[in-house]
Structure formats: structure tokens, C-alpha cells
Design a protein around this ligand. Structure first.
Ligand SMILES: Nc1nc2c(c(=O)[nH]1)N[C@H]1C(S)=C(S)[C@@H](COP(=O)(O)OP(=O)(O)OC[C@H]3O[C@@H](n4cnc5c(=O)[nH]c(N)nc54)[C@H](O)[C@@H]3O)O[C@H]1N2
Ligand SMILES: Nc1nc2c(c(=O)[nH]1)N[C@H]1C(S)=C(S)[C@@H](COP(=O)(O)OP(=O)(O)OC[C@H]3O[C@@H](n4cnc5c(=O)[nH]c(N)nc54)[C@H](O)[C@@H]3O)O[C@H]1N2
Ligand SMILES: [Mo]
Length: 770
């Protein structure tokens, strides 16, 4: 260790982020960030902090859109094109409190959309989404909420019908420890890229995934990656790579299932004792029902993997301890329910659900929550109060909500109606990052009377708002970091003063609540420190109850972290069910694995029938859009957060996001390494820098999400994004009428070399003031 580091180390204070626990301190005016010393594989995303703190992209003062200030609330297509007027905090809060009261009194809280989806920051208290929900409940009587996530829109709805509680099936199932010890074959659909398991909501102190795959592979576990990108598994997994056509995994799994039946390799006893509906599914599989056997040859023609490879993989899976893992990505696509369901059926046919290191673990490796032990004590989160409004939307139906007030929609067996929204309140999320078809989203946001955004920085969402309130970022306040499957509770110390006039979401909401006569109810008389003490007490009391060391808040704060006891690695409800199907039934309607679901069949949805099926997508390559776009999670940041930070900015080329393309597809289009290219389809277009790479399958291009939307000419209705945000291209349609999940992962398009004058990049510039 050199001297400089030693000097710094003395002053480092603990903090945490969704991408890892760390310590940081100042060396002169440079923020030094060091990963948690016990982290074997820290994330490079930590490198985004230092340059971000005082970047010009930070919001300095409260701002109000000129058109809103002059003309008052109302639908306005000038959103995103207008100037902003700086105002004092006092004026901003007075205006906003007045507008909230107006909407509540004139239309009721059912006219306020407060779903406010987004990852915000890792601390349990200053979690912006929880803060805004609590505020709207306490001060206004509620809000229209959103359910489920962009992550798991389809799976979170279908898994409870088929296998059981979603949280348990993802988090309390097969662990990395079991994989290291027991798994013979891991079929990894969509991979388990370590850049993805860099991240866990609430923080992660030890990144164990790479090391676990290495240890498993060294013991002899065989990893097979099924997906369009070779680097979806780390080199340490020594994986074989099967390049599947995107969106066709269900067909491949059916082909494997057919082989199992044809060769008598399926576990009939397991299907009879622990599943329902096999007899309804089997005729579909064999073709007795529709004349088309779903055999390996049929599957090969759809998914692009040779029939013999599919058949052999089925045989291999039946011959050893096999784990099917499935990335979130497969279900963030049209008919995303189907691969989730079919993977469960395939695992049931192998009879290994619930065995150590075998069966099915949805989303293992997609985020660092999964494959770990559960804490034996709770980590508190901010209580959100009672929401008096029953209405909700599946989260990815935001544009539909704003564009179709009063219209009906289907969701999970219910017929619901979109309420008439007048005010949208967003804190801790970035819909111009996360949502699809951004031109449509702009039209949707133009419909409302008022859009309020709390942000740390000038995201495109902030630039489309009417009232923008500047917030502290995590480094500028104290908090507690923790989540249910990480064994460390982190005392997140403050590392910097708030930027310019930025304030904590909490203190903003407290002042707004005061103006609405609800300060005491919102704060319960606590300041931020008081809340940290209060939240910590939940964990401390549980520790004391167990007879474990239970330090006081002051001791915890001084120690900087607290190791939490964890439960044994017991395999969860699937293990219990495997061992005792009668005594420990699953939480599904039948108590068994539902290969056929009477419930789902009863909904009568043609896009999600009563058993898993291959349903060809509408979004498929065609003459004018011959390539698949995989719009996956970025390596260099969490979503769009700190896009302007060091690691993220350094990964851009000529300021633009990098798109990977197979050399063969590049050559056919006259595209060379480093060329600026235009990606386009009927919905929109963006620029990116081309990287030629055989890591990408032919026929596929890959552009990660998260580059901030940067319209060449904001005055246009559907401008070119000059920076490389793939969501100008993606389709805004639900997975099916069952779950209505996000389908942003896959889209189809064409790519060409961009030969025009290169437009400047202004993504991180503050908007014009006037
Ligand atoms: N095409 C396509 N689109 C996708 C996906 C995909 O695979 N393909 N993936 C989807 C998935 S899985 C997800 S989860 C979403 C993620 O979408 P989001 O969660 O909306 O993305 P983030 O960039 O994390 O947005 C968080 C925002 O909160 C702000 N923030 C951070 N801390 C604070 C704070 O303390 N206070 C306030 N007020 N703000 C704060 C950050 O600056 C940032 O703008 O994207 C989805 N979009
Ligand atoms: N570094 C980093 N890590 C993250 C995040 C981040 O923003 N940055 N976001 C976090 C969040 S919120 C979530 S929900 C998870 C998301 O977890 P995922 O959704 O699983 O992650 P992605 O990277 O979008 O997709 C993983 C891979 O799936 C493959 N894939 C895409 N379509 C198909 C298909 O049809 N079939 C097959 N077999 N493979 C396909 C792609 O090659 C892609 O690289 O990641 C988390 N981890
Ligand atoms: Mo996600």
C-alpha cells in the first residue's frame, strides 16, 4: 500500500450504493472511492461517483417551466422544448403546494399519478420512491399507483399462478453455494453476466457470482449459455455458447421437452405426484392437439439451434443434476410469460425442482439478490401509509394511462379502467430512460396539467417537467444501506455537502406537507437522523430478541457496518415441497406445479393460453427491419444513473454510446469499426458508435440502455436521439393481457452508416434558462 492511499484510508467513511458497498473520503478536492475491503469482485460502476458530484448535469436550483409559469397548468406539447425559470425554494414550494391542493380539490387524488417507478438510491430512508408514496398518502389521501416492475413484469404475475410466491422463487431457492457443490449442468438462458449481478437494490457488500461460477466450473459443472451475446457469462464459467434467435427460447425448450417424452426421459412420477395438467399439455407437445409435433426439428427451424444440439441437451439434462436459470431479459419481451412458464415445465419434467443445485431458479445472476442466504433479521424500510385510491396500472402502461383516460384494459383476469390523470409526480426514476417508444411517451406527458420531478440531475425526464426540484445525491446525506439477502447493514456516512441549493427529498416533502397542513403526520416529529434511529431499531430489536449482539444506533454508526445473522441454506419452499408434496404444498391454486392453469385458461386470453405455448411475435425481422436489437443493461452504470460519471463517460466513443454488431452484418452495410451509425425503424432513430464484434450473434445488434435521451431538435415531434438511447426504437406494448409487462428488451430495426454532419451532444447540459 502506498503512502497516499494510507493517508486517504484513515479518512475514509463507509457508504453504499446499489452497485456495491464502499468507503470514500477526500484527498484535496478529489473524492477517493474504495470498494468494501471484503468484496472479492467490486463493480467498476463505483468509478462514476467522483466526477458526478459537481458535474454540470447536477440541478442547482428549483426551476419552473416558462409556459407553465405563464399560462398555468394544462396540457402542453411544449414540455421538453421550453425554457426554465429559476425560482426560490419558497416560491417553488408555494406553487407546487397550491397546484397539489387544486388537483386534489377539483379532481380528487385519483387524478394524481404517483407510481414514480425507479431505482433511486440505495439507502432505506432517503429512498425517493418510498418518500413520494408516503407524502402523497399522508398529505393528499393517496394516488394512482403502479404495480410490478420493468424488471419482472411478466414473471411476477405468472409465477404465482404456476409455481408459487415470486419473492421466494427468486430469492429463496437455489444458492451459489449449492451450484458450487452440486450442479452438473447449468442451462443458462440469457446468461448471468457479472455486470448484472454487480447490482442489488439496497446494496451488496460481496460480489460472489464470478467466483462461484469459477469454482463450480473447476469442480466440473458444465455451463451452457443460450443467448445472443457470448459475454452474458463470464469467462470463468467456461461456457459453451448456443446462439439462439432472440425471443425464441420457448420453442427451444419445447423441442427439448419433446425429446424427453419421445425418449422416455421425463420424470413421470414427479409429473404425476407434484404437477397438475400434464395431460392437457402433452397433446400440444406431441402434436396430437394441433398436428404439429413440437420436436427438436420444429424448434430448430424457429430458434436457429440445430435439432441434434437441442435433442442432445435434453438427454444431457436428464442424465445429471441440472439447473435451469433464466435471465429477466427473456420475459421483457412479447409473450414474455411463455419462456418463464415453459422453463418451469421443463424443470418439472426433469423432476429436479427443489433438489440442491437443480431445478429452476428464475433470475439467478440477473441481480445480486438471488442465490444467497436470507437474513434472519429484518431491515426496515420507510412506512408509506395508507393509499385511499384503489386504481393502479401495470407499471409499463404509463403512456397508455395518460393517452387513454377512461378506457378499459385487461390485467391478470381483471377488466380495469385508466383513470383521468391531471398531475404526475416523479421522484427517483427516469421514465425517459426506462420506458419504450419515447416519442409516444412525450405525447403522453403532454396531456397532463402538471408534471413534477425531483431529480439530482438534468435527465430528459426533468427537462420535460413543469416543476423541477433539485435533490441531494446519496453521498450528500446519511442513510442506512441494507437488503434481505446481504449480510451487512451499512452506516452510510455523509461524504459531501449538498450541491448548490439541492435538498433531501424528505425535507422537501416535509415542507410541502406543512403547506398542506400535514407536517406532523408526515414527519412524525422526526428529523432525518431520528428516522435512521427509528428504522435501525427494527433490526436491533430483532437481534436482541435472538440473543445476538445488538449494538445501539450510536455504536452501529461508529462501527460503520453490522454483520447480520443469516438463515440456513435450506432450499426454500421448493425443497420442502419436493420432500413432502402433501404436507408442504406450493402456494399455487392446486398446491402443485401448474403445467396447465385453470385460472389462466379461464381468463380466455389468446396471447396467454392455459399452458405454455410457442406464440410467434409480431415484432420480428422483416425486409425494412432485418436486425434484432438487444437493448440490455449497461456495463458501465446502473440504468441511466450517473451516465455523466467517469466509468460511463469513458466508455462512450465520440461522446456516443457504443453499439455492437457482428462483422458480417457490418460489412454488408459498409460499416467500419468506430463509424457513427444510425439505428432506425418506424418508431424512431438514434446514433451510436459501431463496434464490430463476434461476441454478438449474426443478425443481432446490441445497444445498452441508459444513454440519456438527447433530441437533435427538441422542437420536432419525433427527433433523432444523437446520443444512443435505444428506447426511441422500442415498442410500447405489454407482454400479454395477463401481465402487461415491459417488452423493451427486443426490437427490430435497420442500421446504416451515418454520413450527415455530426450533431452536437447536449444530453448532460442543463436546459436553457429564460
Ligand atoms: N429498452 C429497455 N428499457 C428498459 C430495460 C430494458 O431491458 N430495455 N430495462 C428496464 C428495467 S429492468 C428497469 S428496472 C428500468 C430502470 O429505470 P429507472 O429505475 O427509472 O432508471 P434509473 O436510471 O435508475 O433512474 C433512477 C433516477 O433516480 C435518480 N435519483 C437517484 N437518487 C435519487 C434521490 O435520492 N432522489 C431523487 N429524487 N432522485 C434520485 C437518478 O438520478 C435517476 O435519474 O429500466 C427499464 N427499461
Ligand atoms: N451493470 C448493471 N447491472 C444491472 C442493471 C444495470 O442497469 N446495470 N440493472 C439491473 C436490473 S434493474 C435488472 S432488472 C437486471 C436485468 O437483468 P436482465 O434483464 O437479465 O439483463 P439484460 O442485461 O437486460 O439481459 C441479459 C441478456 O439477455 C440476453 N437476451 C436478450 N433477449 C434474449 C432472448 O430472447 N433469449 C435469450 N436466451 N437471451 C436473451 C441478452 O444477450 C442480454 O445481454 O439487471 C440488473 N443489473
Ligand atoms: Mo429492473
Amino acid at each position: 500500500m502506498d503512502m497516499a492511499k494510507q493517508t486517504a484510508a484513515g479518512a475514509l467513511k463507509p457508504h453504499s450504493s446499489h452497485w456495491g458497498a464502499f468507503r470514500a473520503g477526500w484527498q484535496g478536492d478529489t473524492l477517493v472511492v474504495e470498494p468494501h475491503p471484503a468484496d472479492p469482485d467490486p463493480s467498476p460502476i463505483l468509478g462514476n461517483f467522483a466526477a458526478a458530484l459537481r458535474h454540470k448535469a447536477r440541478i442547482a436550483r428549483p426551476m419552473v417551466r416558462r409556459g407553465w409559469l405563464e399560462r398555468g397548468p394544462g396540457p402542453d406539447s411544449a414540455r421538453g422544448r421550453d425554457e426554465f425559470v429559476p425560482v426560490s425554494w419558497q416560491k417553488a414550494l408555494d406553487l407546487l403546494a397550491g397546484e397539489l391542493a387544486r388537483v386534489r380539490d377539483a379532481h380528487g387524488p385519483r387524478a394524481i399519478f404517483g407510481g414514480s417507478y425507479g431505482w433511486s438510491s440505495a439507502g432505506r430512508f432517503h429512498h425517493a420512491q418510498s418518500q413520494v408514496h408516503r407524502f402523497l398518502n399522508v398529505a393528499l389521501g393517496g394516488y394512482v399507483r403502479s404495480v410490478n416492475s420493468y424488471s419482472a413484469g411478466a414473471s411476477a404475475v405468472i409465477i404465482p399462478h404456476i409455481l408459487g410466491n415470486y419473492e421466494e422463487m427468486t430469492k429463496h431457492n437455489v444458492t451459489w453455494e449449492q451450484i458450487v457443490e452440486h450442479t452438473g449442468l447449468c442451462l443458462s438462458f440469457g446468461g448471468m453476466a457479472v455486470k448484472n449481478s454487480a447490482v442489488a437494490s439496497g446494496g451488496v457488500s460481496r460480489h460472489i457470482e464470478r467466483g462461484s461460477m469459477k469454482a463450480a466450473a473447476e469442480r466440473g459443472c458444465r455451463f451452457v449459455l443460450i443467448g445472443p451475446l457470448r459475454d452474458d457469462l463470464p469467462e470463468e464459467a467456461r461456457a459453451e455458447w448456443l446462439t439462439i434467435t432472440p425471443g425464441t427460447d420457448t420453442a427451444m425448450m419445447l423441442g427439448m421437452a419433446h425429446t424427453l417424452v419421445a425418449e422416455g426421459l421425463h420424470d413421470r412420477a414427479f409429473l404425476a405426484s407434484r404437477c397438475t395438467g400434464w395431460e392437457k399439455f402433452e397433446p400440444y407437445l406431441t402434436g396430437q392437439a394441433d398436428g404439429q409435433p413440437k420436436d427438436a426439428a420444429w424448434a430448430a427451424a424457429i430458434c436457429g439451434i440445430p435439432a441434434e444440439t437441442i435433442a442432445q441437451l435434453a438427454r444431457d439434462a436428464a442424465a445429471t443434476r441440472t439447473l435451469i436459470s433464466m435471465a429477466h431479459s427473456l420475459q421483457r419481451a412479447e409473450h414474455g410469460e411463455q419462456p418463464v412458464w415453459m422453463a418451469i415445465v421443463l424443470a418439472a419434467m426433469l423432476g429436479q425442482l427443489g433438489l440442491p443445485g437443480g431445478g429452476y431458479n428464475y433470475a439467478l445472476g440477473a441481480i445480486a439478490h438471488y442465490g444467497r442466504r436470507f437474513n434472519a433479521v429484518p431491515v426496515a424500510s420507510l412506512p408509506q401509509g395508507r393509499n385511499g385510491v384503489p386504481d393502479f396500472i401495470p407499471v409499463a402502461r404509463i403512456s397508455d394511462l395518460l393517452l387513454n383516460p377512461g378506457q378499459p384494459f385487461d390485467y391478470n383476469g381483471q377488466k380495469l379502467t385508466y383513470p383521468d390523470i391531471r398531475l404526475v409526480y416523479w421522484a427517483g426514476g427516469n421514465p425517459f430512460h426506462h420506458h419504450q417508444d419515447l416519442a409516444r411517451l412525450r405525447r403522453a406527458f403532454a396531456q397532463v396539467d402538471t408534471l413534477v420531478v425531483h431529480e439530482t440531475s438534468w435527465t430528459a425526464t426533468a427537462k420535460h417537467a413543469d416543476i423541477v426540484l433539485p435533490c441531494t445525491m446519496t453521498l450528500e446525506r446519511e442513510d442506512i444501506g441494507g437488503q434481505t439477502t446481504d449480510p451487512l447493514l451499512i452506516a452510510m456516512h455523509r461524504l459531501a455537502e449538498p450541491y448548490a441549493e439541492a435538498r433531501d427529498d424528505y425535507s422537501i416533502f416535509a415542507d410541502l406537507a406543512e403547506r398542506l397542513g400535514k407536517r406532523e403526520e408526515f414527519t412524525e416529529g422526526r428529523d432525518a437522523r431520528g428516522w435512521l434511529r427509528h428504522l435501525y431499531e427494527r433490526t436491533r430489536a430483532a437481534l436482541a430478541e435472538r440473543g445476538d449482539p445488538a449494538p445501539s444506533f450510536e455504536e452501529f454508526w461508529a462501527l460503520g457496518e453490522l454483520a447480520l445473522p443469516q438463515n440456513p441454506d435450506d432450499g426454500g419452499p421448493l425443497r420442502a415441497f419436493h420432500n413432502d408434496p402433501e404436507g408442504e404444498p406450493l402456494s399455487t391454486p392446486s398446491g402443485k406445479v401448474e403445467i396447465f392453469s385453470e385460472t389462466i385458461a379461464g381468463f380466455g386470453y389468446d396471447d396467454c393460453p392455459g399452458h405454455p405455448a410457442w406464440l410467434a411475435p409480431q415484432e420480428a425481422p422483416a425486409a425494412e427491419r432485418p436486425l434484432w436489437l438487444v437493448a440490455n443493461q449497461p456495463w458501465t452504470r446502473l440504468h441511466s444513473q450517473l451516465d455523466f460519471g467517469g466509468t460511463s463517460a469513458d466508455s462512450k466513443r465520440r461522446g456516443r454510446e457504443v453499439m455492437r454488431i457482428h462483422p458480417r452484418d457490418a460489412e454488408a452495410r459498409g460499416i467500419a469499426e468506430g463509424d457513427i451509425v444510425r439505428l432506425f425503424n418506424a418508431r424512431g432513430a438514434c446514433l451510436a458508435s459501431a463496434a464490430l464484434s463476434e461476441v454478438v450473434s449474426p443478425g443481432v445488434v446490441q445497444l445498452a440502455t441508459g444513454a440519456w435521451y438527447d433530441p437533435a431538435d427538441p422542437a420536432e415531434d419525433n427527433p433523432l436521439c444523437v446520443h444512443g438511447n435505444p428506447n426511441v426504437l422500442t415498442r410500447d406494448a405489454g407482454t400479454s393481457r395477463l401481465a402487461q409487462g415491459c417488452t423493451g428488451q427486443l426490437t427490430t430495426l435497420e442500421v446504416e452508416k451515418f454520413t450527415g454532419n455530426l450533431p452536437p451532444i447536449r444530453a448532460w447540459d442543463p436546459p436553457a434558462e429564460g
